[in-house]
Design a protein around this ligand. Structure first.
Ligand code: SF4
Length: 319
């Protein structure tokens, strides 16, 4: 530590996950291959900087596919879409590229499989989140959304004698989900567990890293956008794990100088949709205020990557 005693504990892993990397590259390659404009339904990933940067390159973000001109190219975001949205795009003769994260697709496939097997599905997730809308849309007639512990308390009694299974959004708080499942099982002993975890590796790893450093931090800064579920969870996890204060910022300029009053150790992490340049800007901002000592604390190595959608995959070079 330098003589000022001020330091940054930098959580690792942080930032881009494999699904976000694939989604952003899908749009960039689509721009190269087909030229601007490329349309994207919803934000490709929940990050303001990424969205604004792509807009500058000629991407047009729309809320629904009926805003896209006929025969144009449209990309479905990393959060996934329901079958109804796919069908809508087909009926408009749009040329689609699917940037849905394969780990979201896995949950879609589980919904389809369990619906076919006659289950009622309790889907733990946040109401209104695009991922949840897409996932529930695979079998809306048998899927019931459980949002938080309060949601667990208001699931109708009629599920007590049904074939019942829970699934979840990929970007939840691991600990909160355990609590929700416990509460649900108290009410519904018939509730079955999914065959594997739905909360994705990236969400879990970022939470573990934040938990590790939080007890030593008077302040935790998480870089991420307000609509990013996994980024918001990192702020909650930091506070629960002992950070005295925690804030979510899109950019370094949003850091309020008063947050640093009396602080000697700042924790720093970023959500799964956040490019490293934004973290570096926070490090520079803090260095200018005496936090020149940076220690990275690594709790996992990530090596996962996902293949790009077939239409824009680079040709394989034969040896
Ligand atoms: S946060 Fe997880 S589910 Fe979401 S895009 Fe990244 S890897 Fe996929």
């Amino acid at each position: 530590m330098d003589k000022s005693g001020k330091k940054i504990l930098l959580a690792a892993p942080r930032g881009y996950c494999a699904g976000v990397d694939r989604a952003v590259e899908t749009v960039e390659r689509a721009l190269e291959k087909y030229g601007a404009p490329i349309y994207v339904r919803k934000q490709i990933v929940h990050n303001r900087y990424v969205v604004e940067t792509l807009e500058e390159k000629g991407v047009i973000f729309v809320d629904e596919t009926d805003e896209v001109p006929e025969n144009a190219h449209v990309v479905f975001s990393a959060h996934g879409v329901s079958p109804a949205v796919r069908e809508g795009a087909r009926s408009l003769s749009l040329s689609t590229l699917d940037a849905t994260c394969p780990l979201v697709t896995k949950v879609h496939n589980e919904v389809k499989r369990f619906a076919k097997q006659g289950y009622q599905i309790l889907l733990i997730g946040h109401e209104g989140h695009e991922e949840v809308e897409g996932t529930a849309g695979e079998a809306p007639e048998v899927t019931y959304l459980v949002d938080g512990l309060e949601g667990a308390d208001t699931v109708p009694e009629e599920f007590a004698d049904k074939k019942l299974i829970w699934l979840s959004q990929t970007t939840l708080s691991v600990d909160e989900t355990v609590d929700i499942v416990r509460r649900l099982k108290e009410r519904f002993p018939n509730l079955e567990n999914p065959p594997s975890e739905d909360i994705c590796y990236a969400t879990q790893n970022r939470q573990v890293a934040v938990k590790k450093i939080a007890p030593q931090c008077e302040l935790m800064i998480v870089v991420g956008s307000q609509n990013s579920s996994n980024s918001r969870r990192l702020v909650e996890v930091a506070l629960q794990a002992g950070a005295k204060d925690a804030h979510l910022v899109d950019f370094a300029r949003q850091i309020d100088e008063s947050w640093l009053d009396g602080v000697s150790t700042v924790g720093l992490s970023s959500g799964a949709s956040v490019p490293e340049i934004l973290v570096n800007q926070v490090i520079e901002f803090l260095a200018q205020r005496g936090f020149e000592d940076v220690e990275e604390v690594t709790t996992a190595e990530e090596t996962i990557s996902f293949a790009l959608p077939r239409d824009i995959r680079p040709p394989r070079v034969k040896k």
